[in-house]
Design a protein around this ligand. Structure first.
Ligand code: FAD
Length: 421
């Protein structure tokens, strides 16, 4: 392609990674990133609570794709070409070491997202990538499709030309409008990775209490709440955290991701069942409670816990089962014992809204994957136009999967653009 111009729209994770891939693989190309705001890589900077959870230590593509509520099928092949192991090596080659936490999340060893931001900026600068800030793109026109040529219109009236385009505008509606104007189908958007609002005072008073593993079942009603067939039913296991607003933690965030569309449609009204003791079945729980009766008959129930849980949580369950705190074990009726077992095994909660998970959130929906060639990330409707990152209808659960899909799709797009005839 000689010293032809390539424009990358969007200076986020995908835009930078893609621009670097293009410029490193083909130094003859003149690569410019156009960024609407005055700050590049803004989300990388605030990501992972300021530590940037850059990827996840899952190196098998088949296992990896299970973390993507949308995009898993298309990503399978893509991950055979660039996956978390390649991300680790990419950063290591540029002097940034990543470490793995117990749950598999990978962060820079500095625990500082600035390390990733600086690395990407330095790599871009070393590869000769130009970055133009305050450069919001309002429209793109394809003026020739056989040897692709584009006219990129900026908000300030400037018009720039290029032979290939990488659209990496994240969840921005403007990016979706540009893609649509160039023939892409756009899947409706919905927020993903949020916490559940459960306005129950006794629960929210326990804010900060967590359990290492709970099993959650969620039922989201369809448009007709009485139609059981229209319900969406989901299940997840994992750590659970009580907050000032309701419930959070990986198990809830995963449910929010898999149920993102259904929950948006139900206006975030749903029924949640919590099994606080997934290692025990109902009979086990009943038996252990009966044992409590034998072990400490004269003690008040709240003062003798048959399970290893925080005292406050135990008191809460006893309250929820309708048992007065003064009740002694010997006074516990069979009916109350059953209610308490049920509370531990399948406590029922009303989700009435969504909250914000500050460490990570993402938008599902965007450019339909049906209209994209996943070998090159090129639009099937518009030759010369490539996509990467969150602009696509791809999103992952929390844990570094969203950056990984941004690295993978932008690397693939970058290789294809660099090597295009
Ligand atoms: C608070 C928070 C924390 C997160 N933490 C993590 C984490 O730790 N790990 C993880 O895997 N994921 C995390 N994510 C998700 C992750 O940040 C995104 O998936 C990722 O940033 C997507 O990268 P992107 O480049 O596609 O989009 P973005 O990062 O959104 O970048 C898009 C860029 O395009 C620019 N742009 C948009 N429209 C135009 C236009 N018309 N013209 C010019 N420029 C335009 C935007 O200004 C923006 O800079 C987090 C998200 C948030 C919000």
């Amino acid at each position: 392609m000689g010293s032809q111009k390539v424009i990358v729209i969007g200076g986020g994770a995908a835009g930078f990674f893609g621009a670097i891939a293009i410029a490193e693989a083909n130094p003859n190309l003149r690569v410019t990133i156009l960024e609407a705001s005055q700050q590049v890589l803004a989300k990388v900077r605030i990501s992972g609570g300021g530590r940037c959870n850059a990827t996840h230590s899952c190196f098998d593509p088949v296992e990896l794709i299970q973390n993507y509520p949308r995009g898993s099928k298309a990503l399978r092949g893509a991950f055979t070409r660039f996956q978390p192991g390649d991300t680790v090596a990419w950063f290591e080659d540029r002097g940034v070491a990543l470490k793995t936490e117990a749950d598999g999340r990978m962060f820079p060893t500095t625990d500082d997202s600035a390390t990733i931001v600086d690395c990407l900026q330095l790599a871009a600068s070393n590869a000769g990538v130009r970055v133009k800030m305050g450069a919001a793109v309002t429209a793109v026109r394809q003026i020739a499709s056989e040897s692709p040529q584009f006219e990129v219109q900026l908000k300030n009236g400037e018009v720039m030309g290029c032979v290939r385009l990488l659209l990496a505008t994240g969840s921005s509606p403007q990016g979706h409008r540009i893609a649509k104007s160039l023939g892409s189908k756009i899947e409706p958007t919905a927020p993903s990775l949020f916490t559940f609002n459960i306005p129950e005072r006794k629960l929210t008073q326990l804010a900060g209490v967590s359990v290492p593993v709970a099993e959650l079942k969620l039922t989201v009603p369809g448009p007709d709440p009485t139609d059981k067939k229209a319900q969406t039913k989901l299940q997840q296991n994992g750590p659970l955290l009580i907050t000032h607003w309701g419930l959070s933690g990986p198990a809830v965030l995963k449910l929010s991701a898999w149920g993102a569309r259904a929950l948006k449609n139900s206006r975030y009204q749903a029924k949640l069942w919590v099994n606080w003791l997934p290692a025990h079945n109902l009979e086990d729980i009943q038996q252990q409670l009966s044992q409590g009766k034998q072990d400490a008959p004269r003690k008040q129930i709240i003062n003798h816990r048959p399970f290893l849980f925080p005292q406050r949580l135990w008191e809460y369950w006893v309250h929820r089962a309708g048992i007065s705190p003064e009740t002694r074990w010997t006074e516990l009726s069979k009916k109350s014992l059953m209610r308490l077992s049920q509370e531990l095994h399948q406590g029922e909660y009303n989700v009435q809204g969504k909250g914000v998970f500050k460490d990570e959130f993402v938008t599902c929906g965007g450019v339909s994957l049906k209209t994209v060639n996943f070998k090159t990330m090129e639009s099937k409707a518009c030759p010369g136009l490539h996509f990467a990152g969150e602009v696509l209808d791809i999103d992952g659960v929390t844990g570094g999967f969203n950056f990984q899909s941004a690295w993978t799709t932008s690397w693939l797009a970058g290789q294809a653009i660099a090597l295009a005839p």
